[in-house]
Design a protein around this ligand. Structure first.
Ligand code: ATP
Ligand code: MG
Length: 407
């Protein structure tokens, strides 16, 4: 064999934050995104010979589903895809796996083209030309050898507090609205409980704006500046309180530049501390299934998955459920919420449940512009529109979470 084979994925323990983060140092699972059959045949053979496992998809839409399902270490991306510009896809790919290696492979080799690829966030750009295979394999080897010396965090140990992770398969499903309003409803049900809501949507989350405050003290900044143990005293410097909402807030990052400086190895210690210091830790992970979110999702007391009643979202949610199955996340810990972000319904509740194989715990009704009105005024929906049906649902979901916590 010309190049030493990377370590096989199945030689690593399959589960737990430690193992998932450790995979970063050995990019052996590669997703090829290229519509050209001769390129993919050539790449597959060449990479298999170098010891890599590959999977091929031919469009942007297929690539996102494959990323959620397969969690590749590296993506080899053609920029001319049938359904989308490949470079525009890079931020979407990174929203799913922030630290995935992305190598653009394209016949377009002008300086401007290469610069566009690199400024779009690719790790490297390789021009399709004779010798490109040797260049690619060498660059993959170099990528694997780059110092990634961040110590792998220990798995989260269980503290007294409960962690509720909120995620969705698709953006704009209402994850943030439901996370903060449910947290606020729980604060009313349990006025003495200490609740923190953590915005883990990178590069920019929307919780600070939604609850109506500004802060420069973010998790990204904390992980960069605090070299000592992330204990309660450290965490308190980066937490803000909101009387109106009844909970404390921790913000991931205030801009993409800051988000890029996030020290991933500090995330698990942060959640351990939060779990010990607070009764309830609500986390908005948005649509990111990543090496940042998965270790926390694996230990969360409940994972609330928001979906909308349209077939694409139901299909993507199913992929997430299948993926959770492989991680050993028990379906008893999952709470599926149907959110009608638009008036129309393409898939009935029964049809969604059939496709997902799990019941939908609640359906949040479509509330027209009232959601946005509440959001824009920085007031909890349950305070501003207590009589609307969505408020009743937020209270129900809060009760369900409370009930699940006392089991
Ligand atoms: N049930 C609903 N009825 C009416 N509008 C809704 C409903 N749920 C959410 N919305 C609106 O849909 C939009 C998206 O909601 P939100 O920001 O909570 O979603 P998200 O999943 O967090 O989005 P992102 O992917 O941007 O993080 C917002 O304008 C919100 O007001
Ligand atoms: Mg959001």
């Amino acid at each position: 064999m010309e190049y030493p084979a990377p370590q096989q994925i199945n030689q690593l323990p399959a589960r737990g934050g430690r193992d998932i983060i450790a995979l970063k140092s050995m990019p052996n699972k590669i997703l090829i995104v290229d519509p050209d059959a001769s390129t993919t045949a050539w790449l597959t053979t060449r990479l298999a010979r170098a010891g890599y496992t590959t999977e091929t998809v031919t469009s942007a839409a297929e690539s996102l589903a494959a990323i959620v399902r397969a969690m590749p270490d590296v993506i080899i991306l053609e920029r001319d895809l049938p359904d989308q510009n490949g470079l525009a896809l890079i931020p979407q790919m990174r929203a799913i796996i922030p630290d995935v290696g992305i190598f653009v492979l394209s016949a377009r080799g002008g300086t401007e083209e290469i610069l566009a690829g690199l400024s779009a966030g690719a790790n490297d750009y390789i021009v399709k030309q004779p010798g490109a295979d040797v260049e690619l394999v060498t660059k993959l080897r170099n990528y694997a050898a780059q110092p990634k010396t961040k110590p792998a965090p220990a798995p989260v140990t269980t503290g007294a507090g409960k962690i509720f992770a909120f995620i969705s398969a698709k953006g704009g499903s209402g994850t943030t609205s439901i996370c903060i309003n449910t947290a606020s409803a729980l604060a009313k049900l349990e006025p003495h409980a200490e609740i923190v809501v953590v915005d883990m949507v990178f590069p920019i989350g929307s919780i600070a704006a939604s609850v109506g405050f500004e802060t420069r003290e973010t998790i990204a900044k904390m992980t960069r500046t605090e070299k000592r143990l992330i204990d309660r005293a450290v965490v308190e410097k980066y937490i803000s309180g909101s009387k109106r909402w009844g909970f404390h807030v921790m913000i991931g990052a205030s801009n993409p530049h800051e988000a890029a400086s996030l020290e991933v190895s500090q995330i698990v210690p942060l959640f351990e501390t939060l779990q010990h210091a607070y009764d309830y830790v609500f986390v908005d992970f948005g649509r990111a299934l990543s090496r940042i979110s998965i270790p926390i999702i694996e230990v969360a007391d409940n994972v609330v998955i928001i979906l909308t009643p349209d077939s694409n979202t139901v299909r993507m949610t199913r992929l997430i459920l299948e993926y959770f199955g492989t991680l050993g996340v028990s379906s008893e810990r999952l709470i599926l919420l149907n959110n009608r972000t638009v008036g129309r319904v393409w898939v009935s509740k029964e049809e969604s449940e059939k496709q997902l194989g799990l019941p939908l715990a609640a359906t949040i009704p479509f509330e027209q512009e009232y959601f946005t009105l509440a959001m824009n005024s920085g007031v909890p929906f349950i305070n501003k529109f207590p009589d609307l049906a969505a408020s009743l649902m937020f209270n129900d979901v809060a009760r369900l979470l409370k009930e699940r916590s006392t089991r």
